[in-house]
Design a protein around this ligand. Structure first.
Ligand code: SF4
Length: 193
């Protein structure tokens, strides 16, 4: 759908330079999705892996973030193998709703209520990032926190349009449950893609 060099705005690697590749296609159907244009894969152009690597290599990027859409609707074995062979770190942002493919240096699992993640990805996630839209989402977050590995980083992130209302609630929740950390979409505050 698009690719661009920017700063990672969310989660553990927030603030680090990263080359984003947004793949088209998503069948998860989050009501608050901010990239609904990604849902239909066929609407978007196709690029060869070589072409994408060449684009990334025009920048000093060390980290490539594969996002979507739901990137695991595609088999990512070849893509990630070639990116790693080119010396790039491969990161993914996924709902986990489709089988995991690819070789990853970092897996950010962001489960969605609209289509639950598949079990095998839970213990492989390096980071669990739960978007908080309303108070019932905290229970949802805890359910998945209990299923990931003990080393997995835990993040709560306010849904952007609800941020004014839910951020103070998240702050209090984290103060009471300090295993969680706050993730803000800082790219939206600093106006980068
Ligand atoms: S999984 Fe991501 S791209 Fe798909 S509907 Fe939800 S927020 Fe949008």
């Amino acid at each position: 759908m698009e690719h661009f060099y920017t700063l990672q705005g969310e989660g553990y690697h927030q603030g680090r330079a990263a080359y984003f590749i947004r793949l088209g296609g998503c069948d998860v159907g989050c009501v608050w999705c901010d990239v609904k244009d990604s849902w239909e894969a066929d609407k978007h152009p196709k690029y060869s892996i070589e072409c994408l690597i060449n684009q990334v290599k025009k920048t000093p990027a060390e980290m490539v973030v594969i996002t979507g859409g739901e990137p695991l609707m595609h088999n990512l074995d070849e893509l990630t193998e070639e990116f790693q062979a080119a010396g790039l770190k491969t990161h993914i942002e996924t709902s986990g709703a489709h089988p995991l493919s690819g070789q990853w240096d970092w897996i950010c699992l962001s489960p969605k209520k609209f289509k639950a993640p598949l079990k095998p990805i839970l213990h492989l996630a390096h980071e669990l990032k739960v978007v908080i839209f309303n108070k019932s989402d905290f229970d949802w977050a805890e359910k998945y926190a209990a299923s990931v590995s003990p080393a997995c980083k835990l993040y709560l992130q306010p849904e952007w349009d609800k941020a004014t209302q839910v951020t103070p609630v998240i702050i209090e929740y984290i103060k009471a449950n300090p295993q969680w950390e706050l993730s803000l979409q800082i790219h939206k505050y600093i106006n980068v893609p």
